[in-house]
Design a protein around this ligand. Structure first.
Ligand code: FES
Ligand code: MG
Length: 588
C-alpha cells in the first residue's frame, strides 16, 4: 500500500514554491529541529495539549506527552505540541461550558492552518473531550484521543470520597454539626488526592469512556487512573499508533460513524453516564454530519441496564472501575448479552469492538455487573416534549422511592402528576427566593428554572437540580420536581427535567410559564405541559421583550457565542460550523 501524501510537505517540502518552503522551514528549525525531521517524509504529529497550570484536571498530560512523543519518534514521526485554549470545569466563570466552542474553534483553526498530519487529542476534564473530538471531526485529519485518567480514589475516615459528589454530602454533614468550616474543606479536598480528573462517574469519566466507546481511544485507555504506570505506557502506545493511522489515512469520519454513536449511547446507559453526554455527543455527531438527536437517546439508550457501580449512582470510584476492567469489560458484558448494537464498529487500533472486547469480562462483579444482574434496568434517558419545550432529558432511573410514592402513585395515571409552577428567572433569583415562605412552596409544586440555557446564561448553567425550601426539608421533603433550560452537574444524581430546548431566552415555552400555572408531567407519554389555554399563551408571547431572559454579556466571546449558538438538544453548537466538515480535504 502506498502511503498517502503528507499535508505537512506542502509547507516543508514544496518544490514548486521554494521561497515559501524556506520561510516555513527556517522558523521551525530555530529551536533545534533539523531539516531531516521536517523534510524527509516523517509524519508531523500534533499533540493537542490541554494540560496547564490553569487546568489541574488535565495538567498531568504535560508529563504524559513525553511518553506520547517517545512513541511517535519510535514509530518514525516528528512531534509539534499545540497549546489548546484552557478549560477547567471548576475554575472558569461564568461556566466552563461557554469555552467548549471556543476551544473547538481555536483548535480547528490551528489544525487546519498549520503543517499537521495527525493529532493526539489530550482529553480529560469535562468539556475538553467534546471540544477536541468536535475539532477532529471538522478538520478530519487522522486523530486519536488519549485520556489523562481519573484521580486516585479519595478517602475520608475510611470511606470513599468522590470528587463533586462529596460536596453535596459535606453540606449535609456541616448542617448537622458533624464538621466545621475546616472539616468541610478537608472533607472536600480528600476527594482529590492526586493528579487526574474527577474520580466519580461525572461528565469527565462519562465523556472519556464514551470517547473509547466511539472507537477514538485505544481499548482500555479511558479508565486507567492518571498516576498509574499503565497510563504512561498507553500514552507511548498511543503515540506509536497515530503514525500507523497517518500511514493508512484512517480519519475521524471513518471511526465516528452512526454505528459508533449508537454504540456510545448504549454504553452511556450502562456506565450511568452524565446528562451532559447527549449535549456533547449530539454536538460531535453534528460536526461529522451524522444524524443524532434526543429521540435516538431514548430509543437506543432507555432500555439498557446500568452495569457500573460508581458514585453518584453507586458506591465505587475510578480506581475500582479500572481494576474491574474499565470500558472493555463494560462492552464485553454488553456483547455477551447481545446489547451492543454494532459489534463491527471499527476503532482507532484498526480492529472492531468485537475483536477488542469480546470475551473481556468484569474482574469484580460488584463494580461492573453482568447484564444478567444489573444495578438497575432501563437506565437511559427519556425525551420529554410539550408546550413547555420541544425536548428535555430526564434520567428516570434515579427517581427515589419517596419521590415515586409522592408523585407517581395515582392509580389512574401511575406515571403522571400535576403541580403548581414556581418560576425562577436564573440561579440568582432562585437563591434569593427559595426560602421565602410567602411563595407557599409545598409538595404539590414544580420548581422551574429559566434563563439558564446557552443564551440566557452563556454556555448554560448547571443549576436545574434545585433543593426544596428549608422549611420543607425540615418536614422531610427533600426532592421536588424540577424543570429547567439549564444543565445539571454530572456528579449529581437528581431526577430533574433538564436541557429544555428551546430555552426561554430563545422564546421557548418556558418563557411563557408563570408562577401558579398548572404543570402536567406524564412520564409514560413523555410529555410536559403547562395547562394554559392558547389565547393566554399568545397574549403572554406578544408581551415578551425583544431579548427575553438575556442579561448583558460580560465579554466579547459571550456576545458572539449568544448570537450564533443553537439549543442544547442540538448540542449547543455554533451555527454554520458543521458545514465546514472535512476541511483538510475539501478546502486543501
Ligand atoms: Fe475536571 Fe471534574 S472538574 S473533571
Ligand atoms: Mg460540570
Amino acid at each position: 500500500m502506498t502511503k498517502p501524501k503528507l499535508r505537512s510537505q506542502e509547507w516543508f517540502n514544496n518544490p514548486n514554491n521554494q521561497e515559501m518552503t524556506a520561510l516555513y522551514l527556517e522558523r521551525y528549525l530555530n529551536y533545534g529541529l533539523t531539516r531531516e525531521e521536517l523534510q524527509s517524509g516523517k509524519p508531523i504529529i500534533g499533540i493537542a495539549q490541554t494540560g496547564s497550570d490553569l487546568s489541574p484536571c488535565n495538567r498531568h498530560h504535560i508529563e504524559l506527552s513525553k511518553r506520547v512523543r517517545d512513541g511517535v519518534i519510535a514509530a518514525g514521526g516528528t512531534v509539534i505540541e499545540i497549546p489548546v485554549h484552557p478549560i477547567q470545569e471548576t475554575g472558569k466563570r461564568p461556566t466552563a461550558s461557554l469555552d467548549r466552542n471556543l476551544a473547538y474553534l481555536s483548535l480547528v483553526e490551528t489544525l487546519y492552518g498549520y503543517p499537521i498530519d495527525g493529532v493526539v487529542l489530550n482529553i480529560g476534564c469535562d468539556k475538553t473531550t467534546p471540544a477536541l473530538l468536535m475539532a477532529a471531526a471538522t478538520v478530519n485529519i487522522p486523530a486519536i484521543a488519549l485520556s489523562v485518567g481519573p484521580m486516585l480514589n479519595g478517602w475520608f475516615r475510611g470511606k470513599r470520597t468522590g470528587s463533586g459528589t462529596i460536596v453535596w454530602k459535606a453540606r449535609e454533614m456541616q448542617a448537622a454539626g458533624e464538621i466545621d468550616d475546616d472539616g468541610f474543606m478537608d472533607l472536600v479536598a480528600s476527594s482529590t488526592p492526586s493528579v487526574g480528573y474527577c474520580n466519580t462517574m461525572g461528565t469527565a469519566s462519562t465523556m472519556n469512556s464514551l470517547a473509547e466507546a466511539l472507537g477514538m481511544q485505544l481499548p482500555g485507555s479511558a479508565a486507567i487512573p492518571a498516576p498509574y504506570r499503565e497510563r504512561g505506557q498507553i500514552s507511548y502506545q498511543t503515540g506509536k499508533r497515530i503514525i500507523e493511522m497517518v500511514n493508512t489515512d484512517m480519519r475521524p469520519s471513518d471511526i465516528m460513524t452512526r454505528k459508533a454513536f449508537e454504540n456510545a449511547v448504549v454504553v452511556n446507559s450502562a456506565i450511568g453516564g452524565s446528562t451532559n453526554a447527549p449535549i456533547h455527543l449530539n454536538a460531535i455527531a453534528r460536526h461529522l454530519g451524522v444524524p443524532l438527536d434526543n429521540d435516538d437517546w431514548q430509543a437506543l439508550g432507555y432500555k439498557v441496564p446500568l452495569l457500573v457501580n460508581l458514585q453518584p449512582a453507586g458506591e465505587y470510584l475510578g480506581e475500582d472501575y479500572h481494576r474491574a476492567g474499565g470500558v472493555p469489560a463494560v462492552i464485553g458484558e454488553l456483547l455477551e448479552a447481545g446489547l451492543l448494537p454494532h459489534p463491527d464498529a471499527i476503532t482507532v487500533n484498526g480492529k472492531t469492538m468485537q475483536e477488542n472486547c469480546s470475551g473481556v469480562r468484569s474482574d469484580n462483579t460488584d463494580v461492573i455487573k453482568p447484564a444478567s444482574n444489573p444495578m438497575l434496568k432501563d437506565a437511559g434517558f427519556i425525551n420529554l416534549k410539550g408546550n413547555l419545550f420541544d425536548s428535555a432529558i430526564m434520567k428516570t432511573s434515579v427517581i427515589s422511592k419517596e419521590f415515586r410514592e409522592r408523585y407517581l402513585s395515582n392509580a389512574d395515571h401511575p406515571n403522571a402528576f400535576e403541580g403548581r409552577a414556581i418560576v425562577f428567572d436564573g440561579p440568582e433569583d432562585y437563591h434569593k427566593r427559595i426560602d421565602d415562605e410567602s411563595l407557599g412552596i409545598d409538595e404539590n409544586c414544580v420548581l422551574i428554572m429559566r434563563g439558564a440555557g446557552p443564551i440566557g446564561y452563556p454556555g448554560a448553567a448547571e443549576v436545574v437540580n434545585m433543593r426544596a425550601p428549608s422549611y420543607l426539608l425540615k418536614r422531610g421533603i427533600t426532592a421536588l420536581p424540577c424543570i429547567g433550560d439549564g444543565r445539571q452537574s454530572g456528579t449529581s444524581g437528581s431526577p430533574s427535567i433538564l436541557n429544555a430546548s428551546p430555552e426561554a431566552a430563545a422564546g421557548g415555552g418556558l418563557a411563557l410559564v408563570q408562577t401558579d400555572d398548572r404543570i402536567r408531567i406524564d412520564l409514560e407519554a413523555c410529555t410536559a405541559d403547562m395547562l394554559v389555554d392558547e389565547a393566554t399563551l399568545e397574549a403572554r408571547r406578544s408581551a415578551l421583550p425583544e431579548r427575553p431572559f438575556t442579561p448583558d454579556s460580560q465579554s466579547p466571546w459571550q456576545e458572539i457565542f449568544r448570537e450564533r449558538v443553537g439549543p442544547l438538544s442540538e448540542g449547543m453548537v455554533l451555527r454554520g460550523a458543521p458545514e465546514y466538515q472535512d476541511i483538510a480535504r475539501s478546502k486543501g
